[in-house]
Design a protein around this ligand. Structure first.
Ligand SMILES: NC(=O)c1ccc[n+]([C@@H]2O[C@H](COP(=O)([O-])OP(=O)(O)OC[C@H]3O[C@@H](n4cnc5c(N)ncnc54)[C@H](OP(=O)(O)O)[C@@H]3O)[C@@H](O)[C@H]2O)c1
Length: 262
């Protein structure tokens, strides 16, 4: 078969301008970076998290740069009605949904014997069930359009397990399983699914996960973690691929980090 027979045309980049995106967990870190970069490419972005004041600050910052089409919705992705409300608000405003960035999540460090079951359940309900809800309500508009992009922020913890990292890894292995199933179920319906697996990124993640300031400082000076913008650039790289290209999985690590916590 010759390439000409396939009538393949190669376009350098897919333009994102005018698309409509939902970014969960955009009140800080990686989600806020992705939202900023999308808005700067002319994407109409809806940012979602609990902390209203953080979301409002981000919207104001982007409005100052005359990027007006940014909407903040406070929601807990553990809650089906709240996630459905977010998607409804997007459809009411723009009539479509082109990009879902499923990023909201957190870590919790604990050995299995010491695990705080409430914290574990909270993490599972955010990282896995929250992703399930984001897909359950975010997908139908995309399937109706016959086109859409889903970026799922997983982790190196979805590929490797360390002592004290079992509960968090269990959620990110679960995230990867859902992403793989989604890819298989929607590949013939115009949906591209990209899983990004970052190593250490300098965000609020480590404090939330229960690491002390001293541990964070020692690890950071040793490893030089990624900036959240590094991960956002990778997300944009996947989204800007020509339509026939899907970056299905991408691992991004600090140059000095070969493995989790090494
Ligand atoms: N930083 C790292 O080293 C690293 C490495 C690999 C993967 N990741 C993954 O990257 C993603 C983003 O984390 P980050 O590093 O950017 O940390 P971060 O700065 O703590 O951001 C986490 C975001 O998720 C939101 N969130 C948490 N629970 C939520 C819920 N139930 N409903 C809605 N929003 C919720 C938080 O906002 P509110 O508190 O306002 O709700 C915040 O905006 C996570 O999935 C994390 O597992 C991080």
């Amino acid at each position: 078969m010759k390439l000409d027979d396939l009538a393949l045309s190669w376009n350098a980049k897919e333009s994102l301008a005018g698309k409509v995106a939902l970014v969960t967990g955009a009140s800080s870190g990686i989600g806020a970076s992705i939202a900023r970069k999308l808005a700067k490419r002319g994407v109409h972005v809806t940012v979602v998290a609990h902390r209203r004041e953080r979301l409002d600050e981000l919207v104001q910052e982007l409005h100052k740069e005359e990027l007006y089409e940014v909407m903040a919705v406070t929601a807990d992705i553990q809650n089906a009605e709240e996630v459905q409300h977010v998607v409804n608000a997007i459809i009411n405003r723009w009539g479509r949904l082109d990009i879902v960035v499923a990023n909201a999540g957190f870590g919790y460090r604990s050995t299995l014997v010491d695990v705080d079951l409430e914290r574990w359940e909270e993490m599972y309900r955010t990282n896995v069930h929250g992703l399930m809800l984001t897909l359950r309500y975010g997908l139908p508009p995309m399937l109706g359009q016959g086109k859409g992009d889903i970026i799922i922020i997983s982790s190196i913890a979805g590929k490797e397990v360390i002592a004290g990292g079992g509960p968090y890894s269990a959620t990110k292995y679960g995230v990867n399983a859902l992403a793989s199933a989604l890819r298989l179920e929607t590949l013939s319906q115009g949906i591209r699914v990209t899983t990004i697996q970052p190593g250490a990124v300098a965000t609020e993640f480590s404090q939330v996960a229960g690491y002390s300031e001293d541990e964070i400082r020692a690890f950071a000076s040793n490893v030089l973690p990624l900036h959240p913008d590094d991960v956002a650039e990778v997300a944009l790289y996947a989204l800007e691929q020509p339509e026939h290209v899907n970056i299905s999985e991408l691992t991004i690590m600090p140059s000095r980090q070969a493995q989790r916590f090494k």
